[in-house]
Ligand binder design. Structure first.
Ligand SMILES: Nc1ncnc2c1ncn2[C@@H]1O[C@H](COP(=O)(O)OP(=O)(O)OP(=O)(O)O)[C@@H](O)[C@H]1O
Length: 343
């Protein structure tokens, strides 16, 4: 072994290793990858975002903050985090998922580690259910293999086929690993709108009963087994909405309620095995919340927030129940488009 060529070879190898390491770091700097540079939880960021950007959802806000912070601080979770978000349309379920994403992934919702499914769009054909099942399993497994800190959002969960829910159950469970893959760092968020379904089903049933085709004013006396009903009862009793506690909404999120409702059947299979860690209730939004959404939306559009414009827009929305007109029928959902008309 000749000393000069040996030192040249060793020097070249060291230079090459240094170059590759630098190249890799530069690559990771510009290209999103499953590393702390791209995925790190900003606890204060989430707290501030929930506090300042999410209106009228003090219960959901508290539950989400605790759930996500607890999970992210746990170095060795026994299972993935599974959140189930419930409530009226346009009350902020997707929006909260976005706030979580923005405070966990540098790329926010654009992160390649966030995967979103809408049951009616992605699984439309009942005849294809077996295909969907294997695709869904491969998809979850592939993505978690690629990055354990992946986030999965399943929208319209109430419309999802029970067979598909069954096939994702193992990933939500307490297994250390499945076929060599651990799912314990992942986050699953289920969104469902069964509140609306239940409300509408009930309305239709009562209209049919009375042989009426027009909209009639309906009081729902289901003993507070409806998130909206709880909010309505508080309002009628002249109590502050912010007094509503998670315990007041528990009957609306209880197993017995889900058991009795067709649209809630999916919960039973997940609740039975304690696979859902937190049920998060979203209250229906009132006029004053729509105003806040309107002002925020104008700022987001780069416009000077104008109270008169927003007020005009909010007054033209439809509110329910028909007699009291307290809650916005579409929450804050359509106001982005509506503001274009009023500005
Ligand atoms: N509570 C809220 N606070 C602030 N903004 C809100 C709130 N709820 C809704 N918004 C605004 O309205 C938009 C639509 O709401 P979002 O998609 O989160 O409703 P959703 O509850 O998921 O409705 P759906 O069940 O119909 O999907 C959001 O992007 C956000 O701009």
């Amino acid at each position: 072994i000749e000393p000069i060529s040996t030192s040249i070879a060793v020097g070249m190898a060291a230079a090459l290793t240094g170059f590759l390491a630098t190249y890799q770091n530069v690559f990771y700097y510009f290209h999103e990858c499953c590393r702390p540079e791209w995925i790190s939880f900003n606890r204060t960021g989430l707290e501030v975002a929930l506090d300042r950007k999410l209106f009228g959802q003090h219960v959901a806000s508290r539950v989400i903050q605790k759930a996500v912070t607890g999970f992210m601080n746990n170095k060795n979770p026994k299972k993935p985090l599974v959140l189930s978000l419930h409530g009226w349309t346009g009350t902020g379920k997707n929006f909260v998922s976005q706030l979580i994403a923005e405070n966990l992934y540098k790329e926010g919702m654009a992160s390649s580690f966030i995967h979103q499914f809408v049951s009616t769009a992605h699984f439309p054909h009942l005849s294809q259910i077996e295909n969907y099942k294997s695709q869904l399993q491969q998809w979850v497994k592939g993505n978690v293999t690629n990055c354990p800190r992946s986030m999965f959002i399943f929208d319209e969960m109430d419309k999802m086929h029970p067979g598909l829910i069954d096939c994702i159950k193992p990933y939500l469970d307490y297994y250390e690993n499945l076929d060599g893959v651990s799912y314990r760092q992942a986050i699953f968020i289920f969104l469902s709108e069964e509140e609306k379904d239940r409300w509408i089903q009930l309305k239709v049933a009562i209209c049919n009963f009375y042989g009426r085709t027009d909209q009639i004013h309906i009081e729902i006396n289901a003993g507070g087994e409806h998130i909206t009903q709880v909010a309505l009862n508080f309002w009628k009793e002249g109590r502050d909405r912010e007094e509503i506690q998670l315990q007041d909404l528990e009957p609306a999120l209880s197993l017995s309620v889900f058991n009795n409702k067709k649209s809630g059947l999916w919960h039973t299979s997940l609740i039975d095995k304690n696979l859902v860690d937190f049920f998060v209730p979203f209250l229906p939004l009132e006029y004053r919340h729509v105003l806040l959404c309107g002002m925020a939306e104008m700022s987001a559009k780069g416009l000077e927030p104008d109270q008169d414009v927003v007020d005009q827009m909010a007054r033209d929305l439809v509110y329910f129940p028909k007699s009291e007109k307290i809650f916005s029928g579409k929450g804050c959902k359509t106001i982005g488009g509506k503001l274009d008309y009023y500005t």
